[in-house]
Design a protein around this ligand. Structure first.
Ligand code: ATP
Ligand code: MN
Length: 496
């Protein structure tokens, strides 16, 4: 009896507490009942005419209007209601008198939780450049654009876990510190606990990493794939979703030194299954935000329409943001071999007129983002999956085809982004893999465990890597990767 009561208290107590304390702006804006007493906490976006507070708490892109009858408040209090201040408002939820919102709050009391200095507060209620907001990344989510982007980022992240969970995948955490540099030779960040000023040296004068923390050279991972393969070969279907690091000095709008990657890996699945999975997955997560982030998408779409107006006609986008997302969800991705793509590119106008920075002449050329975007945006006009690439421009672990010169690699190319997914069927034959590693000077000792998978119960398996920020760029229409991650890490920049 006593225990029953206890359970009841535990279950029902939080609900009561919730009703008594403040509610989110999102909850209040969708509240059907009016003439009720409510409380809300948030940050002042604007305070107009000593009467109208636009309040936002991050729960939605929309502000709630709070109407202050200034005769009931002291001058000193009113003065402290400034843009950026944190406030606790108690009042009555009423049907809105004005246009643009269904409900508003008639304010009974205001407590200033934290003042803001209107002289120095960087996020003034006006247009700011993205460059300026990057320098104020700690406050930029107080703007509509960045709060919408980051809510979408959160939602996409959830949709990814949801998709894999519903499709029988296990979530695996691959190591962030890695002892093998097989994949990222030259573009890895070293992890060391040695004294940089006075490291132990070997006889030949080079640093003695056997004295380092791990007894060997270690780096931050560039990919969790190799470890994910080991788990696919026992758990069947797995994925990783974690941070990866690349010390490539490419200051582009699509590269970060620290980015998040989603890497599924599946046993008994070939390259075609891999393409099916990747396409279904991309459609599912984009479909999820179309359904669940309507208001944020609507805002970002309007932002892009406004931005487009200041561009010359030729550079304006033909599709609105949601049309673009719908288009991906509703259409089949075009599957084309590398060889077919090279033919298309070689005969293309920009190639013949030497408009590309890199002219495509020979089969075997590595594709640049300008070529990828030509295929997607001009030639096929839909997402494209390119597969069967030349072996020598792709990684050592990709399955060699019977022709002996191409591998079962597949890249997905998206409009405006270029490569968004890179994947392959993995080489499952021990002898072929060893030959490949020998040719590339990858020591077998370093990947003995990876080779073991090919010794004990080897099988066809495949997977891919999706750069999470590239997906967020696509879904939000943002054009610089620095604007879709909270605190971007790029060459010469690790502020915050
Ligand atoms: P790119 O040619 O664009 O540099 P990559 O061939 O180096 O890409 P992969 O090694 O195949 O890319 O990595 C898988 C995915 O990770 C890519 O398809 C892309 O979405 C993403 N990605 C790769 N490098 C970066 C980076 N520096 N910043 C953000 N995302 C990245
Ligand atoms: Mn790269």
């Amino acid at each position: 009896m006593a225990i029953d009561n206890l359970v009841e208290t535990i279950i029902f107590a939080p609900k009561k507490v919730n009703q008594m304390t403040s509610r989110t702006v999102a909850e209040l804006l969708s509240e059907k009942q009016t003439q009720i007493d409510i409380e809300v906490k948030g940050w002042v976006r604007t305070f107009r005419a000593n009467r109208f507070i636009a309040l936002n708490d991050g729960s939605t892109i929309n502000n709630i209007q709070c109407v202050v009858d200034f005769e009931n408040f002291e001058e000193a209090t009113l003065k402290r209601i400034t843009t950026g201040a944190a406030v606790h408002i108690k009042g009555t939820l009423v049907e809105s008198q004005g246009k643009g919102q269904s409900v508003e709050i008639q304010v009974n009391s205001i407590e200033i939780l934290g003042d803001s200095d209107p002289e120095t507060y960087p996020i003034q209620p006006k247009k700011h450049s993205f460059e300026f907001l990057r320098e104020n990344a700690h406050l930029r989510t107080r703007t509509n654009t960045f709060s919408a982007v980051m809510r979408l980022r959160s939602s996409l992240s959830f949709a990814i876990h949801k998709y894999f969970n519903e499709n029988g995948f296990y979530y695996m955490h691959t190591p962030i510190i890695t002892g093998s540099d097989a994949e990222g030779a030259g573009e890895m960040f070293r992890v060391s606990a040695l004294d940089a000023k006075n490291p132990p040296l070997k006889d030949d004068g080079t640093v003695d990493y056997s004295k380092d923390f791990f007894g060997k050279e270690t780096n931050l991972t560039v990919s969790g794939q190799l470890e994910a393969e080991t788990y696919a070969m026992s758990l069947g279907k797995v994925y990783t979703f974690g941070p990866t690091f690349r010390a490539e000095n490419s200051n582009t709008s699509r590269h970060l030194a620290e980015f998040w990657m989603i890497e599924p890996e599946v046993a008994f699945m070939d390259i075609h299954g891999n393409m099916d999975l990747a396409e279904d997955f991309m459609k599912s997560v984009i479909g999820y935000v179309l359904e669940n982030n309507k208001e944020d998408l609507e805002f970002l779409e309007q932002r892009l329409i406004q931005e487009d107006k200041s561009k010359p006609q030729a550079e304006r986008s033909e599709m609105s943001l949601t049309d673009k997302l719908r288009f991906v969800v509703d259409n089949n991705f075009k599957r084309v071999t590398y060889t077919e793509a090279i033919d298309i590119l070689r005969n293309s106008k920009p190639n013949k007129k030497k408009k590309f920075n890199y002219i495509i002449e020979e089969w075997g050329a590595d594709l640049q983002s300008e070529h990828e975007r030509y295929l997607v945006e001009k030639h096929f006009n839909c997402p494209v999956i390119l597969y069967d690439y030349p072996a020598n421009i792709k990684a050592f672990y990709m399955r060699l085809n019977e022709d002996g010169k191409t591998v079962r690699a597949m890249d997905i190319l998206f409009p405006g982004i270029g490569e968004i997914v890179g994947g392959s069927q993995r080489e499952e034959r021990l002898d072929v893999l060893k030959q490949k590693m020998a040719a590339l000077d990858i020591p077998e000792e370093e990947l003995w465990w990876y080779l073991d998978l090919r010794k004990y119960g080897t099988a066809v398996h495949s997977g891919f890597g999706l750069g999470f920020e590239r997906l967020v760029m696509f879904a939000t229409g943002m054009t610089n990767i620095r604007d879709v991650i909270p605190y971007p890490r790029t060459p010469q920049n690790a502020e915050f």
